[in-house]
Ligand binder design. Structure first.
Ligand code: NDP
Length: 264
């Protein structure tokens, strides 16, 4: 039996077990099983991984930074982001990766070439998206409600603004990474500012999935090409699954199993 799992708090809502268990079955990986493991106390994350003899795990809110700190080795873009969402056992060592960043980038492939982008919000998801856009040569600005979380982005060379210090200009892509609209009807920035931004943009992306947020409704009203966070979630899962198995499977095959579960 090879055991895999999801670490987070909460994890009860997650579709990750469905995604991964369906893919084990489709690839005839008998004896593989994926479960949800709520981690209440962050200091127990790695002891849980070892006690359960997991082969791999996904890490979600609020433990991605703790996972980054505790890995034996962090590889790829996760080193620049400072957050890990995928853990893979290699012998006695635990290797950390971040597939949110590449998952986001794959999900906007249909947008084509982008010159610049504006990220609304400065939390963990914004870090992953900002670092992959930087890696891909997209000129990226960060706009956040408050100053405190902008220091990471300033240190990494991004143009950073708060609502007060921001002067509008045209961006190809506007990305909402805030939780505004997740459980309320709020916009991620003041209404007038958003209107001006959307009226000059070509594309809008919201990391929130499974619902039409006020941000996406406004973007649709401005006739932008829009996308929510579903495909980002799909691609991060495809990438994580393949990391669990040393990237030996065809990503398209994994995607073909997982995509219908998202009803995409
Ligand atoms: P964080 O808590 O790390 O960051 C939240 C950010 O949102 C902060 O910059 C905060 O600003 C801002 N914010 C919160 N509320 C408001 C508001 N009402 N108006 C304006 N700004 C606001 O969140 P995460 O980065 O961890 O997660 C953000 C979202 O991303 C969640 O909705 C989550 O579900 C989604 N997500 C989607 C994924 C996918 O695959 N599609 C993957 C991971 C996350 P301030 O600094 O001023 O407080």
């Amino acid at each position: 039996m090879l055991l895999f799992g999801l670490f987070g708090n909460p994890v009860s809502h997650s579709i990750s077990p469905r995604l991964h268990n369906a893919t084990f079955q489709a690839l005839n990986l008998d004896g593989c099983c994926y479960g949800r493991f709520p981690i209440i106390e962050p200091s127990t994350l790695f002891s849980t991984f070892h006690t359960l003899h997991l082969e791999g795990a996904n890490v979600t809110v609020p433990h991605k930074e703790v996972a980054f700190e505790g890995c034996d080795e962090v590889r790829g873009i996760a080193r620049n982001i400072g957050a890990v969402n995928t853990l893979v056992r290699e012998g006695t060592r635990v290797i950390g990766y971040n597939t949110d960043a590449e998952g986001f980038y794959q999900s906007i492939a249909s947008f084509g070439t982008l010159n610049n982008a504006l990220i609304l919000g400065a939390g963990g998801t914004a870090k992953a998206i900002a670092m992959i856009l930087k890696e891909k040569g997209v000129d990226t600005t960060i706009l956040n409600r408050s100053l405190q979380r902008l220091s990471f982005f300033e240190e990494n060379g991004f143009t950073c603004k708060t609502w007060d210090s921001f002067t509008c200009k045209a961006y190809d892509l506007i990305i909402n990474t805030t939780s505004a609209g997740l459980k309320d009807e709020e916009l991620p920035c003041p209404k007038e500012l958003l209107h001006t931004l959307l009226s000059q943009a070509r594309y809008a992306f919201d990391v929130i999935y499974n619902q039409q947020t006020p941000f996406l409704k406004s973007a649709h009203a401005h006739h932008l090409t829009c996308k929510d966070g579903k495909e980002m979630l799909l691609y991060q899962a495809v990438l994580a699954f393949n990391l669990f198995f040393g990237n030996r499977f065809d990503a398209k095959k994994i995607e073909s199993v997982m995509r219908p579960i998202f009803e995409l």
